[in-house]
Design a protein around this ligand. Structure first.
Ligand SMILES: NC(=O)c1ccc[n+]([C@@H]2O[C@H](COP(=O)([O-])OP(=O)(O)OC[C@H]3O[C@@H](n4cnc5c(N)ncnc54)[C@H](O)[C@@H]3O)[C@@H](O)[C@H]2O)c1
Length: 251
């Protein structure tokens, strides 16, 4: 069991990549605190883990709210005595609009969840991991939109570029404390967030697939495996990376 006696917090655990990651970490012996704003989604993830004979707990938290995030991290640390792994994954897509027509309120919401949410979660996890001799592993979910252009998704791209910047800076700051910080940068992954992009227009779907060397979209489980690897001792000397999970799209 790779994560025996480890404690993880996963945000956005009620769906998609967060759910797949939580199930995988729990299957390797980790106690996972499942967090999201979507209570029904969290219950589904919790059931999946319980039915497989593993353990998790549910903590509702809006990552855009500092008080919620503090309560999440302090609560888990208080109950379990440690936080070994933080997967800061919750996110929203925003709209598909050109920059000049993008509503400012939506821009602010995308930044609040995707950027400030990761900021709050990183700070809260660092507070606890710095006190632990064992350090910890933080994995943030950025995007391929965090390492290059994302036309008609400029707010999303801004937030995800910020996640890469925070990840690399924190890796440089906390490596000496044995805290590793990495992020994953997936292309289109078959989750509810990308469903519109994948299923609404077959012609566009085929065009998008053709631009990916592996000629298919990714699965949540494939991102989860990358995240779990970055959380594990198998990547013990890896920090400060923004790892593309993109079927070779930006190769
Ligand atoms: N699916 C893709 O194509 C894709 C590609 C690149 C990056 N990503 C990133 O992966 C991460 C997970 O996305 P997904 O594809 O699994 O999407 P998803 O919509 O299936 O899951 C996202 C989860 O985040 C939760 N969430 C939204 N706002 C929140 C908030 N304020 N506080 C707490 N939870 C909140 C949602 O309720 C949902 O359960 C996101 O950060 C997303 O930007 C996704």
């Amino acid at each position: 069991m790779k994560f025996e006696n480890k404690v993880a917090i996963v945000t956005g655990a009620g769906s998609g990549i967060g759910r797949a990651t939580s199930v995988l970490l729990a299957s390797e012996g980790c106690h996972v605190a499942l967090s999201d704003i979507n209570e029904a989604g969290l219950e589904v993830t919790h059931e999946l883990i319980k039915n497989a004979g593993h353990q998790s707990e549910i903590v509702l938290c809006d990552v855009a709210k500092l008080a919620d995030v503090r309560q999440l991290f302090d609560g888990v640390a208080g109950r379990r005595g440690q936080i070994d792994i933080a997967v800061n994954n919750a996110g929203i897509g925003g709209a598909l609009l050109f920059t000049h027509e993008y509503p400012d309120e939506l821009y602010e919401k995308v930044i609040a969840v995707n950027q400030t949410g990761v900021w709050y979660c990183m700070k809260s996890s660092l507070d606890h991991m710095m006190k632990q001799e064992s350090g910890g592993a933080i994995v943030n979910t950025s995007s391929l939109a965090g390492v290059g252009a994302a036309p008609r998704m400029s707010a999303y791209a801004a937030s995800k570029h910020a996640v890469v910047g925070m990840t690399k800076s924190a890796a440089a700051e906390y490596g000496k404390m044995n805290i590793r910080v990495n992020c994953v940068c997936p292309t289109v992954i078959d989750t509810p967030m990308a469903a519109g992009m994948i299923y609404d227009n077959p012609a566009v779907t085929e065009m998008m697939k053709a631009s990916i060397p592996m000629r298919r979209f990714g699965e949540a489980s494939e991102v989860a495996k990358t995240i779990a690897w970055l959380c594990s001792d198998d990547s013990s000397y890896i920090t400060g990376h923004a790892i593309r999970v993109d079927g070779g799209m930006r190769s």
